[in-house]
Design a protein around this ligand. Structure first.
Ligand SMILES: *Cc1c(COP(=O)(O)O)cnc(C)c1O
Length: 392
């Protein structure tokens, strides 16, 4: 096994691509003296609304996708104790947001091919207490929104789409996040559009979005820009017990330019994706399913399956070997019921959702950042081929 030069730089998983435009805008924001929620957040909201082809009154910027999920569920007005059906193959924030809203998560297993929540499993999980479905467009691949919306309509359920991976995703020509009552996006550092920390609520009904926006800022009737701006002091009223979830102009300063490059960055990730597909075609590992016809895949995560019986190496040993090759990787995700908290609270066992359990125990996400060079991708390819035993 060739020894990697210890001088090769560590390839950081999910490293964002930051250009001079973002840096200049952050500096301009700081020089302006207005760091908090203000004109740059308003511009970012308008730009994001245009990107997802909705009205500006249908979006509200917040400081994370977790916050977006939380205020969406509160704004949906679901009474405490209502059940929300979601996927076991997601980040813990999806489930924690359900709990913070006073609701009960119910897991429905994924389709092993798409890795997205299986509509048939959703139907099987419906009870008289079910109030909402929370699909996650995993890795940027759209969920079966036609079937999910049909189930929601039949049972009169709220739909909240977790679009943390899915800023570019479309299903039959329609943007992910615009099918349900709410779509929640993430601008965390590893996501497709970055603000450092950040998120966005997109809502079908203006009144719901207005409520989500108010909940995201203490339940106050006016935000600081409208109180302290140049139009004169305005009193505010507290109308609800809200949260502190507002996005800052400093964050939007980054996001404005990230969003302007969303398309070329997607193209670059797609290029890397296709290169990986070709390079790994003969290896004893499962690759991501090809994007479905008439959809746009967000190409957020490139996940391969390390089945020890086929590869002769365990998933965790593969992670270590990649690390030794100075390549950062990710695991998206150990299934939710693998975690002690949910086991304790709900008595869940991973075996109850066998597809998510197997995927979570075998999956590895390879670097797929637009900041990667062709040489970086070459290093990833060489390392994967060597580690799973098919050097070429
Ligand atoms: C990243 C992520 C979140 C949380 O996003 P934040 O902006 O970090 O709060 C939620 N769901 C999924 C599927 C994610 O990947």
């Amino acid at each position: 096994m060739p020894v990697e030069s210890s001088s090769s730089p560590f390839l950081v998983f999910g490293a964002p691509q930051i250009d001079e435009a973002e840096i200049d805008e952050v500096i301009a924001c700081m020089r302006s003296g207005w760091l908090g929620t203000g004109p740059r957040v308003a511009q970012f909201e308008r730009d994001f609304a245009a990107w997802r082809r909705v009205q500006p009154s249908q979006v509200a910027a917040v400081n994370s996708c977790t916050a977006a999920l939380h205020v969406s569920m509160v704004a949906a007005g679901i009474e405490p104790g209502g059940e929300v059906i979601t996927t076991p193959l997601t980040f813990c924030a999806t489930v924690n947001a359900i709990l913070h809203a006073g609701l009960t998560p119910v897991l429905a297993d994924v389709d092993p091919h798409t890795q997205n929540i299986d509509p048939a499993a959703i139907e099987a999980a419906i009870t008289p207490r079910t109030r909402a479905i929370l699909p996650v467009h995993f890795a940027g691949r759209p969920c079966a929104m036609d079937r999910i919306m049909a189930i929601a309509k039949k049972h009169q359920l709220v739909v909240i789409e977790d679009c943390a991976h899915a800023v570019e995703t479309e299903f039959r020509g329609q943007p992910a996040g615009t099918f349900g009552d709410f779509g929640c996006y993430s601008f965390y550092v590893t996501k497709n559009v970055v603000t450092g920390e950040g998120g966005m609520v997109v809502g079908r009904r203006e009144a719901d979005v207005a409520r989500a926006r108010m909940l995201a800022l203490h339940g106050m009737s006016k935000d600081a820009w409208h109180r302290f701006g140049d139009a004169g002091y305005k009193h505010y009223q507290v109308l609800e017990c809200g949260f502190k979830y507002n996005m800052m102009d400093l964050q939007a300063a980054i996001g404005l330019h990230q969003l302007a490059r969303v398309e070329p960055n997607w193209q670059r990730r797609r290029e890397l994706w296709l290169r990986y597909d070709a390079a790994f075609a003969g290896l004893p590992i499962d690759l991501p399913a090809a994007p479905e016809a008439d959809t746009r895949h967000g190409h957020h995560l490139y996940t391969v399956m390390i089945d020890p019986d086929r590869c002769g190496i365990s998933r965790d040993a593969f992670l270590d070997a990649m690390n030794a090759a100075r390549i950062g990787t990710g695991v998206h995700y150990l299934s939710i019921p693998e975690h002690p908290y949910y086991q304790r609270r709900f008595g869940w066992r991973p075996e109850q959702w066998p597809h998510a359990m197997r995927l979570g125990r075998q999956t590895v996400s390879l670097p797929l950042s637009p900041a990667m060079s062709d040489a970086d991708a070459g290093r990833v390819i060489e390392a994967v081929r060597r580690i799973v035993g098919h050097s070429s």
